[in-house]
Write a protein that binds this ligand. Structure first.
Ligand SMILES: Nc1nc2c(ncn2[C@@H]2O[C@H](COP(=O)(O)OP(=O)(O)OP(=O)(O)O)[C@@H](O)[C@H]2O)c(=O)[nH]1
Ligand SMILES: [Mg+2]
Length: 406
């Protein structure tokens, strides 16, 4: 589970055991709606339920939009410093009855580099700290002992991390296993043995180790996936991802459950794998920085095709599609024209099913009506995903490019 959802659930436990829960079926978009009135029964835990008997639940504080954005970690400023090189040593060989032992001060070891490495287990930049110091090299020793080099320090980052220095993009870690040396370790110093020469048989000079490189880098996550799911909060994107893939994003009846994109892999019988990203809820006016703003729309940028997830339990569901397209277009021109499918979710609810014919008519395009909750008609979506994927592969090959492989 991601950190933000844990924060939410901690807050929500206060309301558990109350039995007042009703599933919220629609998200009403306004400034004060960011947390639910009722907690989901999923979060029930015994210890807290006991506690609830004795104490009055506290009033929940509403998260402001600003606080909400703080939970959403897809960019980070990091200070990286390579390890310092070890110092060289100045000393002379000494042994009983041997009067002029030569210089035998060893060199210091090199400082360790700090390296960014893509790790597909890592899903967000939340685990990245604000500063990293590489391992120092060891100092040299007597008897020509060289210091040990500092070990490499790896920072694990998710696939699709963009590395910027100032405004310049210095690396784009968009392939599994990609690495980028963020800061070089300093070179080790030389011991006096190094300075031994024919004209100087007894050098006393030795040099100190160099400090490691220091850089301030900006990491930015752009989720890489085949398909990106976009939809309003509570549309059921996370439920859908759970239903079709191995991913387990949190599902709850309040908007903005998902604050970080999740990527799930859909496995087909022919061993094909399609990566689907669950992208945080978009709201009307996102381009004017409402809700989570449109910062997270950069995750959509790299999705090869889109799934518009529409909540059929809300009146006039077709406006959702128009609004989603509008917001996407505001963010980047042409984004709404990506290959896409329209998914009408929550068909298990009777009022939702009744709205379907009108939705189809208004869109002038087929919508895949399904229920993430009951699993009804998921096959149609899976087949459509496969078609979209094949289209993408054919397109990329035609342009002489390598299609995204998972
Ligand atoms: N009846 C019904 N309820 C559903 C269905 N799919 C999702 N829900 C409910 O809708 C609510 C929201 O589901 P989520 O999957 O968390 O929605 P989301 O789009 O990921 O929401 P955010 O992460 O907040 O953007 C939950 O209470 C789900 O149980 C469905 O097919 N039928
Ligand atoms: Mg979600």
């Amino acid at each position: 589970a991601m950190i933000p959802s844990r924060l939410f659930s901690a807050r929500l436990r206060l309301l558990e055991g109350m039995g007042r829960w009703t599933p919220s079926t629609q998200a009403v978009l306004g400034p004060g709606w960011l947390l639910p009135q009722h907690a989901s029964p999923r979060l029930l835990s015994v210890s807290c339920a006991d506690g609830a008997k004795h104490q009055e639940p506290r009033r929940k504080k509403l998260l402001s939009e600003k606080q909400l954005k703080r939970h959403f970690v897809d960019h980070r400023r990091v200070l990286v410093r390579g390890g310092r090189g070890g110092d060289g040593v100045s000393c002379f060989h000494s042994e009983p009855r041997k009067e002029f032992g030569g210089p035998d001060g060893g060199d210091g070891g090199n400082g360790g580099h700090v390296i960014l490495r893509v790790d597909q287990q890592v899903k967000s930049l939340a685990s990245v700290l604000s500063r990293y110091q590489g391992f120092d090299g060891e100092d040299g020793g007597r008897k020509n002992c060289f210091g040990r080099n500092g070990a490499l320090l790896y920072i694990r980052v998710p696939l699709g991390t963009l590395v910027k220095e100032g405004h310049e993009v210095v690396a784009d870690l968009s392939h599994p296993g990609d690495e980028y040396v963020a800061a070089l370790g300093g070179a080790g110093g030389k011991g006096n043995r190094f300075f031994l020469a024919n004209d100087n048989r007894a050098p006393v000079t030795c040099t100190p180790g160099q400090p490691g490189q220091e850089r301030v880098l900006f990491l930015e996550l752009k989720t890489v996936a085949h398909a990106g799911m976009v939809g309003f909060p509570n549309a059921g994107k996370s439920s859908l991802l759970r239903a079709i893939s191995n991913a387990k994003p949190t599902v709850a009846s309040y908007p903005f459950t998902t604050l970080n994109p999740h990527v799930g892999i859909v496995h087909y019988e022919d061993h094909q794998q399609i990566a689907v990203a669950d992208i945080p809820g978009l709201v009307r006016g996102a381009h004017r920085n409402r809700g989570l703003g449109c910062a997270f729309l950069r995750h959509v940028e790299r999705c090869r095709f889109l799934l518009f997830v529409v909540d059929l339990s809300v009146p006039e569901p077709w406006t959702q599609v128009e609004d989603l397209k509008y917001e996407l277009e505001k963010y980047e021109e042409g984004l709404s024209a990506r290959p896409h499918a329209i998914v009408a979710n929550k068909i298990d609810l009777p009022e939702a099913r009744a709205r379907l014919p009108e939705l189809q008519a208004r869109l002038g395009q087929k919508a895949i009506a399904l229920s993430a909750a009951t699993g009804e008609n998921l096959e149609e979506l899976l087949l459509r995903l496969k078609d979209l994927h094949e289209e993408h592969v054919a397109n990329e090959l035609a342009r002489g490019r390598q299609p995204l492989r998972w």
